[in-house]
Each structure stands twice: as C-alpha cells, then as structure tokens.
Ligand binder design. Structure first.
Ligand code: FPP
Ligand code: MG
Length: 276
C-alpha cells in the first residue's frame, strides 16, 4: 500500500481531509460555477501496470475516481457532467479488456441508481450518448433501466459517452437532418451550425465550459470536438485518472472561477463606461 493511502486509513486524517474539502467547496460555491464539465478519463491501464494490477482493476479504480469527482461536481452545483467512458475505437482493444469495460459499465450503472446512491442523492438524470447498436444486450438492459429510472430527475445530468466519438456524433446529426429533409420535415436552406447542434447527442445541454484530460496526453482523441469551441477551457492534467483527486479538480475550478469573475468585472466596467 502506498504511504499516502496508508495515512488515509486513520480516522483523524479522514476527518481532516473531509473538513478541508468542505471549506474548499464553500469557497468554490461563492464564485461563478461552470454549467457543463467534461472528462477524458485517461491513464487507467498505466495505473494498473505501475501497480502490477490487472487491466480490469485499473478501470475499476478509474470508476472509483469518477465517483469521487462526480460527487464533487454535483456538490459544487455543476449541472451537466459528460464523461468519455468508451470510445468506438476501444472495440479494437483485446476482447478481455472490452468485456471487462462492458461488465464495469453494466454493474456500476445499476449501482449508481440504487436508492441513496449517486443519482438519487443529487437528482441526476443519466443519459448514455453514442451508438446503441454496438452495445451488448445485457449492458443495453442496464442502460435502459438506469436512464428510465432517472429520467424524471431534474437537478443535474450525467452524460456517459459509450461507445462514442465526436466524428460519429456529427455524422449521426447530419444523417438525421438529411432524413428529415428527405421527408420534407425541414428545409435544407435552414441547415446551419445551430441545426446541427440541435441534432447532436448533447442537444439539451448548456455549452461546455471546461474539458479535462488526465494522464499528461495533450489531445482530444475525438471527444467533444464540436462542443469544445470558443469559450471552453481545455485543461491537460499530468496525472493518471485513478489518481485524479478532488483537490486537483478543485484547483481547476478555482482557476476557471477566478478568470470568469475577472471577465464579468471587465464587462461590467465596459457597460458602465458606455452609460456615462
Ligand atoms: C482510458 O484509460 C479509460 C477508458 C478507456 C475507460 C474509462 C472507463 C471508466 C473509468 C469506467 C466508467 C464507467 C461508467 C459506468 C461511467 P486507458 O485505458 O486509455 O489507459 P492508458 O491511457 O493508461 O492506456
Ligand atoms: Mg489512454
């Protein structure tokens, strides 16, 4: 066991960590809070390799890390969280790993909808974005159950991208538009950025404010390509996803919140000067 994990087993240390986190959260809530945050949860296999664990255990540790981060997001007041849980490209990985990821998704989806678990505690509506036709029937059943059971929750949204790529998202949107156009349900002259956006998997979501990718790799890997434009802050973090602790995300939130506060003040000053 690593020394930091060992220290954390002491109740007093756990109490101090919880207390520090609560103070940190109160500070965060006083400033602007992002509406929509997305994560590329990268580095699970490297985490497993470094600790001589099975790949499946690396992904399980990744889910534990996700659960802590989600808790923090919804406590702070973030409305929508979008996570890259499985890329269409991930089907090219060894069958044993694909099966393990499918099994983690199936069991964890059923876990988070339990009474008193994440979805219930924070009023989260779960949505799974991507190609349903590629998902095995038992996992699809868990997806349908979790989305159905949480569809009336209105406080927050959890978008699980599975199996997803941005280029597929854009192509799917185009296909829907073409079908509607062929049925004369829309005029091709009206096709513009907004219409494409209205047919994408993230159609009902607020604009993406922050996109975080862990593991030190600095690329988007076909995730949120359309959504990460203009005002979206992209943060590449140099730690593996299972080691991405809430304080690391907290410092990203604090930085974003400070920069937004400065932006708002500047806009207010410009408006006041115009009125003089
Ligand atoms: C990327 O790390 C991670 C994944 C492909 C899977 C992430 C999935 C989870 C954390 C489980 C999510 C489950 C639910 C229900 C939301 P990698 O495998 O690319 O690791 P590496 O970069 O070290 O090779
Ligand atoms: Mg990776």
């Amino acid at each position: 066991m690593a020394i930091t994990s060992w220290i954390r087993t002491f109740p007093l240390v756990q109490y101090l960590i919880a207390w520090t986190q609560e103070i940190f959260m109160s500070v965060l809530k006083t400033g602007p809070v992002p509406q929509h945050v997305a994560f590329v949860m990268d580095g699970n296999r490297r985490f497993a390799r470094r600790r001589k664990l099975e790949v499946r255990e690396g992904h399980s540790a990744g889910f534990e890390s996700l659960a802590h981060i989600l808790e923090m997001c919804y406590q702070v007041g973030i409305k929508v969280v979008t996570v890259y849980a499985f890329s269409i490209e991930n089907f090219k990985r060894p069958t044993v790993e694909v099966d393990a990821l499918m099994e983690i998704a199936r069991t964890k989806l059923l876990q988070i909808i339990h009474h008193g678990d994440l979805a219930d505690r924070f009023g989260i509506s779960i949505r799974v974005l991507g190609q349903r036709s590629m998902i095995p029937p038992d996992v699809l059943a868990a997806i349908d159950k979790s989305t159905e059971m949480t569809k009336r929750n209105t406080t927050a949204i959890l978008n699980i991208c599975f199996p997803y790529t941005s280029r597929d998202d854009i192509a799917t949107s185009m296909r829907e538009i073409v079908t509607k156009s062929e049925k004369h349900e829309l005029d091709p002259e009206t096709i513009d950025e907004r219409l494409l956006e209205q047919h994408m998997f993230t159609k009902d979501c607020p604009p993406l404010d922050i996109l975080v990718r862990t593991s030190g790799v600095e690329r988007l890997s076909d995730f949120m390509l359309w959504q990460s434009h203009q005002n979206c802050t992209v943060e590449f973090v140099n730690c593996l996803w299972p080691e991405f602790e809430p304080w690391r995300f907290g410092s990203i939130l604090l930085k974003w919140s400070r920069s937004k506060a400065v932006e708002f003040r500047k806009m207010e000053m410009e408006r006041d000067q115009k009125q003089l």
